[in-house]
Design a protein around this ligand. Structure first.
Ligand code: PGA
Length: 257
């Protein structure tokens, strides 16, 4: 059994006051909705770097079972890389995980499969968990190139890691046409790609059955349960809906049985 993971990706959205209000709202909603976190999914919030400590502290004080993650990292440990943040820095801040190769990083910051693989290898050498994003564009899908594109992205990643790393790796399938658009892949469309990714992982090694594959792209309280019920969908990477504590909690509760 794979332990499901519900991860929020706040992107460049946060403030000291908004974060405090989010935690208050989440605590309140979990009381109102009567949520028992015991035995539920792993819950993570990937927040902008300046708020890692504030969020960790707020979470600790409210005793919520949430871990904090990052949204990108540099592939080097330290040095003359102005504006960058390294894996050892994240480890020192007790971060658990980092999103890598998000389509926004690929599109706006020119991240290539090669660079993303270097970052994955660096993260795997620490105690952090890499959440590696893959996904096709609308024109890829319309041109029937989905599997070709996914295979290329997944194989580039797998060629750089060891079969023993598969257990710690998390892959997020995020069709670009579904991110922030309100369009969601149907559970069947998503499962088809997840099953394909699973085959690629298993071709790398038997621990591929332990790799968690998350779905991301307009996941919300109304579609989460159906998506999360699919065999190879082991959780979600949630953007917009993770900013609203009540909605994020509903998605978390969709992953509880
Ligand atoms: P979305 O974003 O849920 O707002 O579509 C998902 C993501 O970009 O990770």
């Amino acid at each position: 059994m794979r332990h499901s993971l519900i991860a929020g990706n706040w992107k460049m959205n946060a403030s000291l006051a908004a974060n405090e209000a989010w935690i208050k709202g989440f605590v309140q909603a979990s009381k109102t909705q009567g949520i028992e976190f015991e035995g539920g999914p792993q819950i993570m919030l990937c927040v902008p770097a300046p708020y890692w400590l504030q969020m960790s502290e707020l979470i600790r004080k409210s005793s919520l079972p949430i871990v904090v993650g990052a949204q990108n990292v540099n592939e080097h440990d330290k040095g003359a890389f102005t504006g960058e943040v390294s894996v050892p820095m994240m480890a020192e801040m007790n971060l658990r995980s980092v999103i890598l190769g998000h389509s926004e990083r690929r599109q706006w910051f020119g991240e290539t499969d090669e660079l993303i693989s270097q970052k994955v290898v660096k993260v795997l050498s620490s105690n952090l968990t890499p959440i590696v994003c893959v996904g096709e564009s609308l024109s890829d899908r319309e041109g029937l190139k989905t599997f070709e594109v996914i295979k290329h992205q997944v194989d580039a990643l797998l060629s750089k890691i060891e079969p023993s790393d598969l257990e710690r790796l998390v892959v997020a399938y995020e069709p670009i046409w579904a991110i922030g658009t309100g369009l969601t892949a149907t559970p069947e469309q998503a499962q088809e790609v997840h099953a394909f990714i699973r085959q690629e992982l298993l071709a790398k090694g038997p621990l591929g059955y332990k790799t968690r594959i998350l779905y991301g792209g307009s996941m919300n309280p109304s579609n989460a349960r159906a998506l999360l019920s699919m065999t190879d969908i082991d959780g979600g990477l949630i953007g917009g809906a993770s900013l609203v504590p009540e909605d994020f909690l509903k998605i978390v509760s969709s992953a509880i049985a």
